[in-house]
Design a protein around this ligand. Structure first.
Ligand SMILES: Cc1cc2nc3c(=O)[nH]c(=O)nc-3n(C[C@H](O)[C@H](O)[C@H](O)COP(=O)(O)O)c2cc1C
Length: 168
């Protein structure tokens, strides 16, 4: 698919078919995650691939929406803040930025493979930490289900270019 077609095709999918996702597709999505750039190339992130069927109860405690557990897998990007770059002069740690770029690589690759996704940040962080058995340094940043879409795009208008851009 043309790159810009992928951008236009992606939408937040909030309903999934139960069909399995082919292993080659999962592998390609995970390869895309490894190719994501990170600050200073520190790569202080991990990706969890969660089998929905085996983990329905646990997942529902993290994000309580029926559609969240419909797709065969859910991915989670977690970061280790001690292994991501901190801007020294104002102590800004960029772990959320790194994780978001990783998730964007995952989501756009999945879209290219005709799969549906949805960025999820509104989850219960401490339930996620418990479920993923994360050690202290790690923080979960974003989840997404990955599966074949079974819900249409809802209307989400965007601002026109001249409202978001300033040439100075
Ligand atoms: C960082 C981020 C976090 C989001 N978290 C959630 C979420 O927790 N639950 C949800 O249903 N949608 C979530 N969304 C989806 C947005 O609501 C959605 O992207 C936006 O309304 C635009 O719609 P579209 O994705 O269909 O283009 C999130 C999106 C982003 C980028």
């Amino acid at each position: 698919m043309e790159f810009f077609d992928v951008i236009e095709k992606r939408y937040s999918v909030r309903g999934y078919k139960r069909d399995e996702v082919e292993k080659e597709k999962v592998d390609k999505i995970l390869k895309a995650a490894t190719l994501a750039p990170t600050g200073v190339n520190y790569q202080g992130f991990k990706v969890f691939v969660i089998d929905t069927k085996k983990n329905k109860e646990g997942l529902k405690k993290i994000y309580n929406q029926d559609w969240f557990v419909e797709a065969p897998i859910v991915l989670c990007v977690v970061v280790d803040k001690s292994k991501t770059w901190t801007r020294p002069w104002d102590a800004k740690n960029i772990s959320d930025i790194d994780a978001t770029i990783v998730m964007d690589h995952i989501i756009l690759t999945a879209t290219d493979l005709d799969l549906g996704t949805c960025y999820i940040a509104a989850f219960k962080k401490y339930e996620a930490i418990k479920f993923l058995n994360l050690s202290e340094e790690y923080e979960p940043v974003l989840f997404t289900p990955i599966g074949y879409p079974d819900a249409d795009r809802s209307y989400r208008p965007r601002k026109p270019i001249d409202e978001i851009v300033e040439y100075i």
